[in-house]
Design a protein around this ligand. Sequence first.
Ligand code: AOF
Ligand code: ZN
Length: 371
Amino acid sequence: MPFTADDTRFMAQALRLAERGLNTTHPNPRVGCVLVRDGVVVGEGWHERAGGPHAEVVALRNAGEAARGAVAYVSLEPCSHHGRTPPCTEGLIAAGVSRVVAAMTDPNPLVSGKGLDSLAAAGIETAVGLLGAEAKALNPGFCKRMATGLPWVFSKLAMSLDGRTAMESGESRWITGPEARRDVHRFRARSSAILTGIGTVLADDPFLTARFSPSPPNGDVIPERQPARIVMDSHFRLPPTAKMIAQPGRTLIIGLETEAAGAEKLREAGAEIHLLPAGLDGRVDLNALMELLGQLEFNEVMVEAGATLNGELLRDGLVDEWVIYLAPCVLGDRGRGLFHLPALELMADRYQMALQDVRRVGQDVRLILQK
Ligand code: AOF
Ligand code: ZN
């Protein structure tokens, strides 16, 4: 596909606009749009929240009459369906744009390919695939969910140089420094949900909210959209007084079908209860969990859990990515490990991950690994 340097520059701008929706578009994708006429940007837009206007519509409004004859650079194929909002293809056609460049086709089966086809049928020149990998990377959860029905699952872990996540007692505050802990809140804020285990909640009684401290003495800023909190609690042991239930946003408690009676007190306290079948080990079937999270339209699910849940998820092949903070300290042989797994005998049985990114965050090193 012949793209010019200008095409690439404007698409990069559309991607930067899309990023502004990083924490707010759930369950929709992050999308940006730039309208360019005679080499000059005449309109910009990005999708801010589900139910609100799509990126293209915002950019068209922004451009007004100047959109006529313009080129539209969109980080995702324009939609052609009536969802919460009318089709963007109609808006682009009515505005008289001459060309539409999309970074990628929409993985949503309701749209996929049809958006570009209907633009072409209206006589608009179309092209797709410019900075496509970058566009996909912006929406790993939306892309995976549309393709498979399952969310993108990433697990955040913090460990010492000797691979320990906590002392023998479970004490783990704090292995990493303040910069790494702030970084974690950025991951929380972009996630649809945060998944944890009952062991972690009983030990720490965490809020599991996304919080930012722009200027520490002034207290935390709590973004309006909070990720849902999900607790794996087979036997509904969570006390209704758990702090997270009272936080803004949803709290979901997932337990066994056979334990439904024990869930009532948590429902009354304001939690959403979901009952699932047991897997082979008698605990909640994690494959069924992922199906449920996909049906609930969660795109990115962040795991913040202990070695038990992390071990089970690794064993079942349900984690796509690990974000691991490596702290410059040693916790010793009695410290807890990252993954609780049955002993492996052979090197050939090891779980292999692929390194995607390494960077320094304060005094810690952040590794991003994928399956
Ligand atoms: C967005 N923002 O800028 C674009 C999207 O229910 P709706 O009307 O908000 O439609 C959501 C679908 O529209 C979404 O799944 C995707 O396929 C398509 N394009 N969505 O949220 C946008 N361009
Ligand atoms: Zn649209």
